[in-house]
Design a protein around this ligand. Structure first.
Ligand SMILES: [Zn+2]
Length: 380
């Protein structure tokens, strides 16, 4: 399902995933059938519709501001933010990679709930300013937005990774133990436990056990959120294991030494035909005027449709060296993988004392993970 672009804030695209309309419908129906009719009896249907849709949209704008706060801190630490997306479980900022230091992660994670708390404060202040008349729809709406933002700040601070509170928890463990792997392991398992607890709570609600007057069917929602959190935590733990494996390798150990050098005007067909079948992770250094002009890997060649193989040159299909930065042979593979994700790259040249020793690619790292029993043979 394709995301819909709403616009952008601080240069960050704001997207809506089609699944978000489910959440919008849920929030509007809770407001329109329950919250507002309970508070203001005997209003006409039109009033309920306007109030609930308006309040729901304001609420989602607050969620975007929450994500924007995460994104702003990420940018302060030079971590690119691709977009902010509203989806069925709320909002998410696509922050390209994790922070390299615990303090950065702490601030990045805490910024969202802090923003929600500030918004709650603003809405409570506005409620007080307009007089806090519970019979007045505007007063009540402002108060409701205050309570909801406060609840959002509190819920997000539950120390279940990868929720905000779980990230804060991990960064604190990381600060204390100085061991990112162990910190993620503990926070990740806390996240899985919390996911299971939510699923159990949802199931109990669904079977009629009453929690604070919630309706039975809302149990479905709780189970789904629990499932989502549990699987996100499980993925984080898998990623953590992968990083740990790659931390055991230097770039030199995984690089392809002395890759074949080709000229920029060589057609892709000549370099790809027959070769990609035998060696899908083939990688060429493209030279022009005696200098490294770029890197052409199997991945880039496969981006060119086969019908255009003979009319496209290596120089046209390669990743130009202006986009690449050299890495040293002793660097940790896990760090280099992070840098590749940052720049959307698949390969980087390995250089020592100005001499190109080889090329390191994501494919080689995936092979290392596979050998460590981390991945099944099918995959990227
Ligand atoms: Zn958040």
């Amino acid at each position: 399902m394709r995301n819909i672009r709403l616009g952008s804030l601080l240069g960050i695209p704001i997207l809506v995933n089609p699944t978000w309309f489910l959440l919008l419908a849920y929030v509007v129906s809770v407001l329109g059938f329950q919250v507002f009719p309970d508070q203001f009896e005997d209003e006409n249907v039109g009033t309920y519709v306007v109030l609930s849709v308006g309040t729901a949209l304001f609420f989602f704008f607050c969620i975007i501001l929450h994500e924007l706060a995460h994104s702003a801190v990420a940018r302060l630490y030079q971590i690119p933010v691709k977009s902010i997306t509203l989806f069925v479980f709320g909002g998410v900022a696509q922050i390209t990679r994790e922070a390299k230091r615990p303090l950065a992660e702490l601030l990045m994670a805490a910024a969202g709930p802090a923003m929600s708390a500030v918004l709650a404060g603003i809405f409570f202040f506005l409620t007080w300013l307009v007089g806090r008349d519970a019979d007045d729809p505007l007063d009540f709406t402002l108060f409701w937005l205050g309570i909801t933002n406060l609840a959002l700040a509190i819920f997000n601070m539950i120390p279940a990774f990868p929720m905000d509170g779980g990230r804060v928890f991990r960064s604190l463990l990381w600060l204390i133990t100085r061991n990112q792997f162990r910190a993620t392991l503990i926070a990740g398992w806390t996240g899985r436990l919390f996911g299971w607890a939510l699923m159990a709570l949802g199931a109990l609600t669904l079977f009629g056990l009453d929690f604070a007057g919630t309706q039975q069917w809302t149990g479905v929602w709780t189970v789904l959120i629990g499932l989502f959190l549990e699987s996100a935590a499980r993925q984080s733990l898998a990623q953590n294991r992968a990083i740990n494996v790659l931390n055991g390798f230097s770039v030199k150990e995984l690089m392809q030494p002395d890759p074949p050098v080709v000229l920029g005007d060589a057609p892709v067909g000549l370099l790809a035909r027959g070769v990609l079948d035998i060696n899908p992770i083939v990688c060429y250094m493209v030279e022009s005027g005696g200098k490294l002009a770029g890197i052409l890997s199997g991945w880039q060649m496969r981006q060119v449709p086969e019908a255009q193989w003979d009319t496209t040159t290596a120089a046209e299909a390669m990743v130009p060296s202006a986009r690449l930065h050299p890495v040293g042979p002793e660097r940790r593979a896990a760090d280099v993988l992070m840098e590749m994700e940052d720049g959307d790259l698949t390969h980087l040249p390995v250089v020592e004392d100005g001499r190109v020793l080889g090329v390191i690619g994501r494919d080689r790292m995936i092979m290392a993970l596979r050998q460590a029993g981390m991945l099944r043979t099918a995959g990227t």
